[in-house]
Design a protein around this ligand. Structure first.
Ligand code: ADP
Ligand code: MG
Length: 274
């Protein structure tokens, strides 16, 4: 393997043409994800997290800049990538059984039947839903549905897994379980994960690295290495003094980013008025 990053985001900018005029959601984002890293991206609501994931997954064209997946420019949805969205309720087909939902992308990719069956049952086992294949999504709780969405992404064996605030809509206990599930699956599969959240604690608990985004127009405020032990658990890890230090730090950076953005906006407004 060369030292080439799995994912490269270069000078990405997005200006939406909104009814009220142009809106610069993202100003300039540049970062690399090495293969196999679990990176969290944390930033306030409206800072452009979903916009960024849409550009990375080839669903939205950037205004400037580019995304490279294993060195190749992304121009449409890449086949080596899977995305788990926040709204699990809308991401599964209610008329298809759980196993069929998980199997769908594999069918679309032309994977042979025996191999599909193996991947589907392994993925459902991995998320602790080995017994639910014949049920329908609406027969499961919200947290279980989100686990099905994760199983579907995992069965597909993507090189890169993007997750957009996937646990924002589940209760606290389920959320903690799902966080641990992500770390377990990540370790088992060695997949490169970009996990987007607005939750500072979640970003520190999950990530090997946290990218802190500023408010819109968005830049990377800081690229932080998370030096917590690789073996994490909800009670002990969150009780570590280092965990508290890191979450304070991320919190402060996000606050700083807000005032910084306000300063820049002020200066621009003054310049425009002159
Ligand atoms: P986040 O996911 O961090 O909450 P989004 O990426 O959804 O942020 O949105 C970033 C900014 O871009 C917001 O100000 C939002 O209103 C705006 N925005 C998002 N999608 C569109 C769109 N299709 N057209 C115009 N503005 C948009
Ligand atoms: Mg969003």
């Amino acid at each position: 393997m060369s030292g080439e990053p799995m994912l490269s985001v270069k000078g990405l900018q997005k200006i939406y043409q909104a009814d009220s005029g142009p809106l610069e959601a993202i100003r300039n984002l540049t970062f690399d994800l090495p293969a196999g890293q679990l990176t969290c991206l944390v930033g306030p609501s409206g800072c452009g997290k979903t916009t960024l994931l849409k550009m990375i997954s080839g669903l939205l064209n950037p205004t400037q800049g580019e995304v490279l997946l294993a060195g190749e420019k992304v121009t449409g949805p890449p086949k080596n990538m899977a995305v788990v969205f926040q709204e699990y309720g809308r991401s599964l087909f209610p008329w298809m059984r759980v196993a069929d939902n998980v199997e769908l992308p594999l069918k679309a990719a032309g994977v042979a039947k025996a191999e599909r069956d193996r991947l589907v049952s392994e993925a459902l086992e991995a998320v602790g839903l080995g017994h639910t294949g014949k049920q329908y999504p609406w027969q499961l709780s919200g947290g279980m549905q989100q686990r099905v969405a994760i199983a579907r992404a995992v069965a597909y064996q993507p090189k890169v897994l993007l997750m957009d605030e996937p646990f924002a809509a589940v209760d606290a206990q389920t959320r903690a379980d799902l966080e641990d599930l992500v770390r377990r699956v990540w370790k088992q599969l060695g997949v490169t994960i970009l996990f987007v959240t607005h939750d500072i604690d979640e970003s520190v608990y999950l990530g090997e690295r946290v990218l802190i985004m500023s408010s819109s127009p968005t830049i990377i405020q800081e690229d932080l290495y998370i030096d917590l032990p690789a073996e994490r658990n909800q009670l002990e890890t969150r009780a570590l003094p280092r965990f508290t230090e890191l979450r304070h730090h991320v919190y402060e950076q996000i606050q700083k980013a807000k005032t910084h953005t306000a300063d820049v906006a002020d200066a621009e407004a003054k310049a425009a008025a002159n």
